[in-house]
Design a protein around this ligand. Structure first.
Ligand code: FES
Length: 206
């Protein structure tokens, strides 16, 4: 099977392991607003300790919404981007520190294959570790395309209020902010169209 990260690459043994140990903690929000839960249950203490993979069900995720799951004690953001947001990512390169994601540790190679500026397996679904690369605060999602006090040419993205770092909707960091590098994209793959496994690369991925 092609290693596109979308089809389930997990062998049967690993799937059994996942179903026994993985868990989802989910909350969905639009922009700043937390809206009702999709699902929530907790991994066992043992699974948490082992840093077990996490299963995220994105079947209810709508455009402009963010599902937050916890993996290895970190918030993982899963955001469904609209066409307007995707279009707005074009033309930002000159304003970004690392538009091509040359910093290899910040994402797996397979999220750069289709379109490096999207940093995702599927174009519309962005998966990011929601921790600022400056001092580790969790930035706010400001997904609306409109002038903001901190950026009159704002095209949607993430804003870290503590020291005003900004990232675009692919997690790419802007120039002239304290955060040095792009937000991290965690290892992940699609078990099926609506199920993402956080913490496991697609089979055969480098
Ligand atoms: S932790 Fe984000 S700007 Fe300082």
């Amino acid at each position: 099977m092609a290693n596109d990260g979308v089809h389930d690459p997990v062998n049967t043994g690993r799937r059994r392991f996942l179903s026994a140990t993985t868990a989802v903690v989910g909350a969905v929000g639009v922009g700043f607003t937390a809206v009702p839960f999709i699902k929530s249950w907790n991994p066992s203490a043992r699974a948490k300790l082992a840093g077990a993979p996490v299963v995220a069900d994105i079947s209810a995720l709508q455009e402009g919404q963010r599902l937050i799951v916890e993996w290895r004690g970190q918030p993982i953001w899963i955001v469904k981007r609209s066409k307007a947001i995707l279009d707005a990512l074009h033309g930002l390169d000159g304003r970004l520190k690392d538009p091509e994601s040359d910093e290899k540790d910040q994402q797996p190679d397979y999220v750069l294959k289709q379109n490096p500026e999207l940093r995702s397996i599927k174009p519309d679904i962005s998966v990011l570790v929601g921790l600022c690369t400056h001092l580790g605060c969790s930035p706010e999602m400001v997904a609306e395309i409109r002038p903001e006090p901190y950026d009159p040419q704002w095209k949607g993205g993430y804003f870290c209020p503590c020291h005003k770092s900004r990232f675009d909707m692919s997690g790419r960091v802007f120039k002239d902010v304290p955060a040095p590098i792009n937000l991290k994209v965690p290892a992940h793959h699609y078990q099926d169209d609506n199920t993402i496994i956080i913490g496991v690369d697609p089979q055969g991925a480098a």
